[in-house]
Design a protein around this ligand. Structure first.
Ligand SMILES: O=C([O-])CC(=O)C(=O)O
Ligand SMILES: [Mg+2]
Length: 223
């Protein structure tokens, strides 16, 4: 792993690798959207086609979406195969991290929640997964208490800490790996703290992880 980490883990954006997202993993975010705190991890997927690297263009709000929300999240990049791994064995299998935005078409999601349909339209559109550069596990040796923030046009919207996750990283990855195998380059998004809200064309979203990373994206609308 260290050789790959040295090469920025091949930019870690392994097009074709899985992205598993955890929802409702912060109590304050559950409260703001009126959901109970889950008793087991709530999982959904985002496709690798939704990756957006910093500098490669704007976040594009999908056609017909009237409420596209930012959700700042810590992403965990898998370094070696995780199939049915015990919690104690998870961290050595983590290559590193990325700061991510789980962009969400909230109106599409509300529609899906009402009909009992999946969240695909809300979570999987092109550019729905802006990511920072790869952060190696060496750079972030303890991901369990790191600050996570998101500003829109310089106004602080989300200001949380990974210390407040309902289920921590070893638990989440062990849990996921009981059901499907995680492979090197897969990304696990660990949920968002409170303060999610809409963005509009022309907005600038900036986000940061501790004093390690800041990233910036502009917002556009698909006609
Ligand atoms: O859409 C949601 O509220 C669920 C989710 O992704 C999160 O909690 O991070
Ligand atoms: Mg999310």
């Amino acid at each position: 792993m260290s050789r790959q980490a040295g090469q920025n883990f091949n930019k870690f954006v392994h097009w074709g690798r899985n992205v598993v997202a955890v929802g409702r993993n912060y109590r304050d975010h559950c409260a703001e959207l009126g959901h109970a705190v889950p008793t087991k991890p709530l999982l959904f997927m985002k496709p690798p086609s939704s990756y957006l690297e910093e500098g490669s263009g704007p976040i594009v709000i999908p056609r017909g979406c009237r409420s596209c929300h930012h959700e700042v999240e810590l992403g965990v990049v898998i370094g070696s195969v995780c199939g049915d791994v015990h919690e104690d064995d998870v961290m050595p299998r983590v290559a590193g991290y990325a700061l991510a935005l789980d962009m969400t078409a909230r109106d599409f999601q509300e529609e899906a929640k009402k009909s009992g349909g999946p969240w695909t339209m809300a979570k999987c559109f092109d550019t729905a997964l802006p990511v920072s550069r790869f952060i190696s596990a060496k750079e972030l040796s303890d991901p369990s208490g790191v600050k996570l923030w998101c500003k829109v046009n310089e106004e602080m919207r989300q200001n949380g800490s990974t210390a407040d996750m309902v289920f921590n990283i070893p638990y989440l990855i062990s849990y996921i790996s009981q059901y499907f195998t995680l492979h090197p380059g897969d990304l696990v998004l660990t949920g968002t703290p409170a303060g999610v809200g809409p963005v509009h064309p022309g907005d600038v979203i900036s986000a940061g992880l501790g004093d390690l990373i800041t990233m910036k994206f502009t917002v556009a609308q698909k006609e």
